[in-house]
Write a protein that binds this ligand. Structure first.
Ligand code: ADP
Ligand code: MG
Length: 460
């Protein structure tokens, strides 16, 4: 099997397992497993520690779950897995391609931050651009093309799960494509704090931390908000930051808030964060989220035609605040349906998968959207076709809005689904539903009508 294909299947296997196993166990024993080799009969895996080897040898049910997952993803019929520790597999390990960009080319000595690697999977190519992040992507590309010229530092902030870490790695990958020998360092602020503490304890005598940073051409620092209240570490950071900027090296920082909201950080550091360019990323719109889902599905090598777009729209609406959670939801969906590989994934399948979420009705519900329209029609004296039509008379428009509102409130139908029924786009539906929501707060007559209608629909 081609190595790239093998790697992508292995990644899929881990993704599959991550949805099956609790987070803690997964992170402790599975996340760092690598596939060393595979023949017709068995797979050889490299475990991160002797403890992990022991874990798998003792837990036969976990090993067989692993074996099943491999057979499922690789479409194989292996009977056995063997586990080797790093030492045991030293010779083999060299031949295993990983998804992590090695630092051998770089002159940066690996005395510090040996765990902070650049993830090749996070690129500009697979980052979906929408209004929410256009400015941040543009600035990141500018910086990756011409570091340390216009915007230094570049400071990107947003709520969690909106792509900050992805963008930092994208900048690193892009720059390294053009300058393979450059010293690009991606670090998390947590790692910086840990390294600084270790350094102060005197474990790194051979090279000073300041010297280490002198060679860095491009420094990417993730989640700088964690520097708050770490006075001594922040002082070291200030020194490193200033000397890199003074020496014409680019710095990109991310944070979950804007610099002025970083409490417990010295003013001189905060003001330096503003020296370059500060950009905010916002929550993506439903359309952008749907596009992200599409791209993630294609990126995994799956056939997008097997996914009902209404199902994806449904997920985008349910997991609208955080792309990481949306990705988790996609993992859950793929896992739930993974036993049947080439099956079409319909809106009902999606709803079934997420039926545990509050407000999502069983897809085999008795009442459907047309039933609701009939009840509303009867109430306002219009037939279903007029309610769905383009008729703009005020009373028909009210009946239409109320129908949309009730479909949303009682069936949790997605805006896109409702839009299809009324032959309108989902933003029109959102406006209509919001209008009714507003009206029932201030208009008693409307509130009574809606309550009355709900009772009638429940009685169906
Ligand atoms: P943050 O660092 O802001 O918390 P991450 O960069 O870790 O967020 O993003 C969380 C997940 O969402 C990642 O897997 C990332 O690839 C994905 N993601 C976020 N925004 C986008 C986007 N616009 N296009 C593609 N993937 C995205
Ligand atoms: Mg992050």
């Amino acid at each position: 099997m081609v190595i790239a294909k093998q790697n992508s299947n292995w990644k899929k296997t881990l993704q599959l397992l991550s949805t099956k196993i609790d987070n803690h166990t997964f992170e402790s024993f599975f996340e760092d497993l690598t596939l060393s080799s595979m023949d017709d009969n068995q797979a050889t895996l490299i475990v991160p520690s002797p403890l992990a080897k022991q874990f798998f040898s003792l837990k036969s049910d976990t090993s067989s779950m692993l074996l099943n997952a491999i057979n499922q993803v690789f479409d194989s019929h292996l009977k056995k897995i063997s586990f080797l520790t790093n030492e045991e597999s030293n010779a083999l390990k060299k031949s295993v391609e990983t998804n992590v960009r090695p630092r051998e080319n770089s002159n940066v000595k690996t005395t510090f931050f040996s765990n902070c690697k650049i993830n090749k999977n996070y690129t500009f190519d697979n980052f979906v651009v929408g209004e929410c992040n256009r400015e941040a992507v543009r600035a990141s590309l500018l910086v990756a093309n011409n570091p340390a010229t216009a915007y230094n530092p570049l400071f990107i902030y947003s709520k969690s799960g909106l792509g900050k870490t992805h963008l930092l790695h994208a900048i690193a990958n892009y720059y390294l494509e053009k300058h393979p020998k450059a010293n690009v360092l991606y670090i998390t602020t947590d790692a910086f704090i840990d390294e600084f503490v270790k350094y102060c304890k005197g474990n790194q005598e051979d090279i000073s931390m300041r010297e280490f940073f002198q060679d860095v051409d491009l420094l990417l620092v993730d989640d700088i908000q964690f520097l708050s209240d770490k006075t001594k570490t922040a002082e070291m950071f200030f020194y490193i930051f200033s000397s890199l900027i003074n020496n014409g090296r680019q710095i990109v920082l991310t944070s979950d808030r804007q610099p002025s909201d970083l409490r417990g950080l010295e003013e001189r550091l905060v003001s330096r964060f503003y020296m370059g360019l500060t950009v905010k990323m916002n929550t993506p719109t439903t359309d952008t989220l749907i596009e992200i889902l599409n791209r993630k599905i294609i990126y995994r090598g799956l056939d997008i035609k097997l996914f009902d777009q209404d199902g994806l729209a449904f997920m985008a609406e349910k997991f609208s605040h955080n792309v990481r959670e949306l990705e988790g939801a996609l993992n859950r969906l793929l896992f739930a349906l993974s036993s049947n590989e080439n099956k079409y994934i319909s809106l009902d399948d999606v709803k079934d998968t997420f039926s545990f979420l509050k407000g999502i009705q069983d897809s085999k519900k008795k009442v459907n959207e047309d039933d609701i329209i009939s009840v509303v029609g009867e109430y306002y004296h219009f037939d279903n076709e007029s309610i769905k039509s383009k008729d703009r008379r005020a009373q028909v428009a009210i009946a239409r809005r109320v129908s949309m509102y009730l479909c949303r409130a009682m069936l949790s139908s997605s805006f896109t689904e409702i839009g299809k029924i009324f032959k309108r786009d989902h933003s029109t539906v959102i406006t209509a539903v919001k209008k009714v929501e507003k009206e029932i707060k201030i208009n008693n007559e409307m509130l009574n009508a809606v309550n009355d209608l709900k009772k009638r629909i429940k009685a169906l």
